[in-house]
Design a protein around this ligand. Structure first.
Ligand code: ATP
Length: 355
């Protein structure tokens, strides 16, 4: 099967972690019936400095003509915030990537890296957060009047809510405990009231699932006190941005967290959730696992290969028992560089695919 993958390595640690993720794609090509045509689509701060745009037309054309986009991280410390980063919003809006999928999974070997007490970790953390990715306050409808008044409108449309909530119900159906939690602020906000109504309407078609609504302020507290009690969580754009970062903090390091920006059946974008991390860029110390697990999501969502997704995840979990990058270091295990961590995961993956 031939697939075109556009590659945006980006700035800072972006190229370092993406190079490790590419090694995984090469292993897949070697042992399974996939051929990947990798096409570079430069974007971000360095490109802005060279060309005056953070997403050149050539890169955009490469992206829209591919099957999926693997994205590193963008942003440079000597550029004002947003100059490079707005390329991500252009891609999300331009491709109508309405699902932001953010798994929050604490791998067993990293339990000691979780900042929560054992009793709060309980039987483990394995939550799929699904954030609406195109509407809400981030629809960017608003303005500033004479530096005195500023406003943004919180836009929720029926279609926008329905499509992401339906996706979340389908996801919840495929998971072990068949439980879905909707996070909103329906006691105060009108858009949240529409959201909740639609969640309950759609929920009537999924009677075999356990369903609950919770206000975002209460959820932020329960995510810390009882993270084991959540499985699939669906929410709007602003709340999703905040709670998924809170969740990422629970799994050991920002460098572990992966994400998908998805429009089912169309070109979707996969990226580690961390930024360009200029403080550690160029040192071969960044954790490549967030980028590697983003390839796992690509296999699952865009290329419909649960087998490959599992083998990537198992390889990561096995590798964590033998070595660690510095952000997740353990006294008992060797500290690995970015490249060494990537190689170890590839070795694990290779031996599982050879079987
Ligand atoms: P952005 O606003 O672009 O998302 P940020 O300001 O949230 O970026 P990051 O660039 O993600 O910040 O970095 C935050 C901290 O996490 C930094 O100290 C950085 O070194 C660390 N960090 C980020 N990514 C990794 C990684 N892959 N491995 C190890 N540490 C990382």
């Amino acid at each position: 099967m031939k697939k075109i993958i556009s590659i945006t390595k980006g700035d800072g640690v972006g190229p370092e972690v993406i190079d490790e993720a590419l090694k995984i794609l090469h292993i897949i090509e070697k042992y399974r019936d996939f051929t990947f045509d990798l096409q570079e689509a430069p974007a971000g701060g360095a490109v802005w400095k060279e060309t005056g745009t953070n997403l050149p037309e050539k890169s955009w054309n490469t992206i829209i003509n591919s099957d999926a986009l693997l994205f590193g991280a963008i942003g440079l410390p000597d550029l004002p915030q947003g100059i490079a980063e707005s390329a991500i919003l252009k891609i999300r809006q331009g491709l109508d990537l309405y699902v932001n999928l953010r798994p929050i999974k604490l791998y067993d070997p990293l339990r000691d890296r979780c900042p929560l007490k054992e009793e709060y970790i309980g039987k483990g953390i394995d939550i799929t957060i699904i954030r609406e990715n195109t509407e809400g306050l981030y629809a960017n409808i608003g303005g500033i009047l004479k530096d005195e008044v500023a406003m943004n409108s919180m836009v929720y449309t029926r279609n926008g809510c329905e499509r992401v909530i339906r996706y979340a119900f389908e996801t919840a159906k495929s998971r072990k405990h068949k439980k879905i939690t909707s996070v909103d602020k329906a006691n105060i906000l009108k858009p949240s009231q529409l959201w909740r109504k639609i969640f309950e309407e759609i929920g009537k078609k999924f009677t075999d699932l356990e369903q609950e609504n919770i206000y975002v302020d209460a959820f932020c507290q329960w995510l810390i006190r009882a993270p084991y009690s959540y499985e699939t969580v669906v929410t709007g754009n602003l709340f999703g941005d905040i709670i998924s970062d809170e969740g990422a903090f629970l799994i050991g390091s920002l460098g572990m967290a992966s994400s998908g920006n998805i429009h089912p059946g169309k070109v979707s974008m996969y990226e580690p959730i961390h930024g360009s991390a200029p403080d550690i860029a160029g040192k071969n110390v960044a954790n490549p696992i967030g980028a590697i697990l983003s390839v796992k999501l690509m296999m699952e969502e865009s290329f419909k290969s649960p087998e490959l997704a599992h083998s990537i995840e198992n390889a990561v979990e096995d590798a964590l028992k033998e070595g660690r990058t510095v952000d997740i270091k353990s006294n008992e295990l060797p500290v690995l560089s970015t490249k060494e961590m990537g190689d170890l995961i590839c070795k694990k993956m290779q031996s599982s695919l050879k079987k």
